[in-house]
Structures are given as structure tokens and as C-alpha cells.
Write a protein that binds this ligand. Structure first.
Ligand SMILES: Cc1ncc(COP(=O)(O)O)c(C=O)c1O
Length: 478
């Protein structure tokens, strides 16, 4: 059972048998996380669930309290392990790394709705066009297309991607360097396993993407959080004590804060990597959506032969459930990656890959991206307008670079963004707190608000809820 579920059930039972009496303040999420040795996000999920079911109330800015009147518990449940025991309760059954990944799990249980980050508007997917291509290809292609994928995926997609990546992202690549993966997550897992060993170090952005961190951690890679500023990830340019094996970066649009990595920092990173045998992994997850200025060219394309692995995905341009992404590896490593991929995962989805290749070659993919870019730009401006009308100017995070599928609101220092998120979640709105994207103790409060998947006419109601929660919390902080 996931630890947040276990924690939720322990707390719920304690509320029921009055060991936690009505109106008791639950421990602050940060304290409980530290005491129990679990992530703050895990505690937050458990609290959100209690609030959503009426066992607790989230008072913005002042914490979470046991409700005065609690719902009936039906059916009667067997007794659960005590609150102090989530780690111990599972440690007998799970491996050490299994326990860690479950305890620090960050993926939201809900994967659709305002203002959940990371999602494109999947209702705009050109299903009819894609289905027509798939229907024809399923008659024309040989049966092997429905067998296991080998050799890094469907060859025609390698060709289409190479053309697209050279033109749209300035990536230096040939089709033979491309490996099609089940999402960025599989690409990162494969990179970590093929090029890293347990105990190796990786620089990761702070704050940064939890998915990358979870995959690295379960593969025994030690994480070194490196702070992000207006120029992207900051790192020592001269040799550090132990140079990292990997540097994971999102240079086109840092996740989650949004800055573009500056040219001088890109060159410093490439030089550092070449000198110290570090692999730079460029996660270009949403670079297609930049709403002003020129597209930001890839880091990989800056220096031929640089030790960079470029990773991109169809999750944001088409839809995440497709689970198709790609990476570009240096030519000398392509066979090793393709072999390891078939050996470890025995991929598939070649009919879908063939469909996407044709969709790209016909120009429809580029047209879909252009259309979605206009839609997202309008939704972003609309949301910023709502923020300014409700709260006044100056809330957009200073590193925002007018791109992507979400924006970040910077909250005044000391604001409890987790409590705001819990209060909004209790009313059915997901606004992820920025502080949970930090690995270290020092974090800045903020709220991530995705705009891409919500039409303007559906934004006002959830925004009013978030705005009220922010106002209440900020009034308490001041
Ligand atoms: C920075 C970043 N990388 C990768 C991903 C996931 O990509 P995929 O769906 O291809 O696994 C996300 C999803 O939100 C992301 O934010």
C-alpha cells in the first residue's frame, strides 16, 4: 500500500477512535515528514485526502485541524499500524529502494483537471486524422509491426524525428542515433542504467522534476541538487571534488520555474562535461510551446560531439497517455542503447509509431503544434489577467519566460504553500505547491498553475478558489 494511503488510514482511524480529538491541530507537514522519515509530499497527500473526505479542515496558512464532526466510517476496518510505523510497516516486505520510491512518491492520484501541471489539452488531439492513418497502416504494414519493437523503435519514425529535430530544435542527429522510448521516464531510466552505476553522482536542478529524481534514486544514483537562478542551473565551473557522472537539465524551459539556460552557462556546462567525463542529459519536454521571441535552440546542437543526450516527448505535443518519447544518443552508443532497451523492456507500439511518422511527414504534426501554441498563449494571457485582477501585479515568478504549459506564482516568503494547496484541493482544485519540488531544506513558496488544458471559460471558477486560499494565507503571514 502506498505510504500516503497508509498514513491517511492511520490518521483517519486515530480520528475515529478519538485518539486525535475534534479540532486537534495535525502536526505541520514538514515536521511530520521529518519525524517519520517520509517526504513532505506524502504527508500532504494524506492530509489532502482527509480534508477531501471531511475528516479534517485545511485552514489556509494556519494548518490542518481535525474536523468538529466526522463522517461515519463504513465499513468497519481492521486496526491499522500506528502512525509512527509507515516505514517499518512496509520495510519487512519491500526492498530498501522499493520502500524509498514508494515513500517519496510524488505523482498525483488525479491526472486531469484545473490546474494540474504537465498536461496539454488532450481534448484537441486530432483523433480522426490519426485514426485514418492507423486504419490504413494496419492493413498495409507487415505483421512484425505488431510484434516486439527492437532496434530503438520503428525505423520510419527515426527518420521523421531526425528531420523534425534538426529543423525545429537544431539537434545534430542522424536517424540511427534515435531511440524511441515509453516516455521520458523510460529514457531516463535507460540512460541511468546504461551509463551509470550505483553510487555515481548526478546534478539535478533545485527545484526540479520529481520524476527524474525518483528514477535516479531507485537506480542508486546520488542526487546533488544544484540551485536554479535566472540563467538556469548553477554549478561550479572548475573541477569539483567528485565530478558528477550526470547533469540533468531542462535548458529550454527549466522545470518548474521557467528560465532559459543562458548561452554562457550552456557553454560552461558543455566544457565542464567534456573535461570531467560528465554526461549532460537535456530534457526538452515542452520546448515546442514558447509564446514570444524565437524558439530556444537545443543545448545538444551547440557543439558537435559534446557528451549530451537529448530527450524529447510527444506527451506535451500530442498526449501523455500515448507514452512515446525519444532520445538522441551519440553514434558510438546507439547500438548499446537499442540492445539494452530490447533486453530490459521489450518495447512495442510500432503501429502508433508508424502513425506518428506519417502524421509528421504530412506536415500535420507541425500544424497541430502551431494551432495549440496559439490556444495555449491565449489561455496563459487569460490566466495572468485573472491573477492580476484578483491579486494585483507582481505575482508571476521572476524567472518566468513566457513558455510551456504552466506558470508559477511566487508567494511571499514564509507563506505555507502546502497549506494553500491543501485548502484548494479540499475544494477540488489542484494547485501544486512549489516547495515540494525542492530536495533540500531551503525552498521558496509558490504555486504551480497549469493553463494549457483548461479553456478560458472554465478557468474563472477554479481560479476564484485558489485566489481566496492565497488571500487568506497571505493575510495570515503578514
Ligand atoms: C520536466 C519533465 N520531463 C519529463 C516529463 C514526462 O515526460 P513523459 O510523459 O514523456 O514521461 C515531464 C512531465 O510533466 C516533465 O515535466
Amino acid at each position: 500500500m502506498a505510504v500516503n494511503r497508509l498514513l491517511y488510514e492511520c490518521l483517519r482511524d486515530a480520528i475515529h477512535d478519538a485518539s486525535l480529538p475534534a479540532a486537534t491541530r495535525l502536526p505541520p507537514t514538514r515536521d511530520l515528514a521529518l519525524d517519520a522519515g517520509i517526504s513532505r509530499n506524502t504527508v500532504m497527500h494524506a492530509y489532502e485526502q482527509l480534508v477531501a473526505e471531511g475528516y479534517a479542515r485545511g485552514l489556509t496558512g494556519s494548518g490542518t485541524y481535525v474536523a468538529e464532526r466526522i463522517p461515519d466510517l463504513a465499513p468497519v476496518r481492521p486496526s491499522q499500524p500506528s502512525l509512527a510505523a509507515p516505514g517499518q510497516a512496509v520495510s519487512g516486505r519491500l526492498s530498501e529502494r522499493g520502500r524509498k520510491v514508494v515513500m517519496n512518491a510524488q505523482a498525483q492520484a488525479t491526472q486531469w483537471g484545473a490546474f494540474l501541471p504537465g498536461l496539454p489539452d488532450v481534448t484537441q488531439v486530432p483523433h480522426a486524422k490519426l485514426a485514418r492513418i492507423t486504419a490504413r497502416l494496419s492493413r498495409e504494414l507487415p505483421p512484425s509491426t505488431l510484434s516486439y519493437a527492437t532496434n530503438g523503435g520503428y525505423p520510419k519514425l527515426h527518420q521523421s524525428l531526425a528531420v523534425y529535430l534538426r529543423q525545429a530544435r537544431s539537434v545534430i542527429c542522424e536517424p540511427g542515433q534515435i531511440v524511441v522510448t515509453e516516455g521520458v521516464h523510460q529514457a531516463i531510466d535507460l540512460i541511468t542504467r546504461v551509463l551509470g552505476d550505483a553510487g555515481d553522482h548526478a546534478w539535478v536542478e533545485e527545484p526540479g522534476y520529481w520524476g527524474t529524481r525518483s528514477i535516479l534514486a531507485i537506480n542508486g544514483i546520488r542526487l546533488k541538487p544544484m540551485p536554479v537562478d535566472a540563467e538556469g542551473m548553477r554549478f561550479p565551473v572548475s573541477s569539483s571534488a567528485k565530478p558528477p557522472r550526470f547533469a540533468f537539465v531542462t535548458p529550454s524551459h527549466q522545470y518548474p520555474l521557467g528560465p532559459v539556460m543562458s548561452l554562457s552557462r550552456r557553454l560552461d556546462l558543455l566544457n565542464f562535461a567534456a573535461r570531467h567525463g560528465t554526461w549532460v542529459v537535456e530534457d526538452d519536454y515542452d520546448s515546442e510551446f514558447r509564446f514570444s521571441g524565437h524558439p530556444v535552440a537545443s543545448l545538444q546542437g551547440l557543439q558537435p560531439g559534446a557528451p549530451v543526450i537529448y530527450v524529447g516527448t510527444f506527451s506535451k505535443t500530442l498526449y501523455p497517455g500515448l507514452r512515446i518519447a525519444y532520445m538522441v544518443v551519440p553514434p558510438a552508443f546507439a547500438t548499446a542503447f537499442r540492445t539494452a532497451q530490447s533486453e530490459l523492456y521489450r518495447g512495442g507500439h510500432m503501429l502508433q509509431q508508424a502513425t506518428i511518422a506519417e502524421f509528421m511527414d504530412s506536415g500535420q504534426y507541425a500544424a497541430h503544434i502551431r494551432r495549440m501554441r496559439l490556444i495555449y498563449a491565449a489561455r496563459r494571457s487569460y490566466l495572468i489577467g485573472l491573477v492580476e485582477q484578483s491579486l494585483g501585479p507582481g505575482w508571476l515568478h521572476p524567472y518566468d519566460s513566457n513558455a510551456g504549459l504552466h506558470l508559477v506564482l511566487a508567494l511571499p516568503p514564509g507563506t505555507d504553500d502546502v497549506a494553500i494547496a491543501a485548502a484548494a484541493a479540499a475544494e477540488g482544485v489542484i494547485a501544486r505547491p512549489l516547495s515540494v519540488y525542492y530536495l533540500g531544506r531551503k525552498s521558496s513558496p509558490g504555486l504551480m498553475l497549469a493553463f494549457a488544458s483548461i479553456p478560458q471559460e472554465e478557468m474563472l471558477a477554479p481560479w476564484r478558489i485558489v485566489a481566496r486560499c492565497i488571500r487568506q494565507a497571505v493575510a495570515l503571514t503578514r
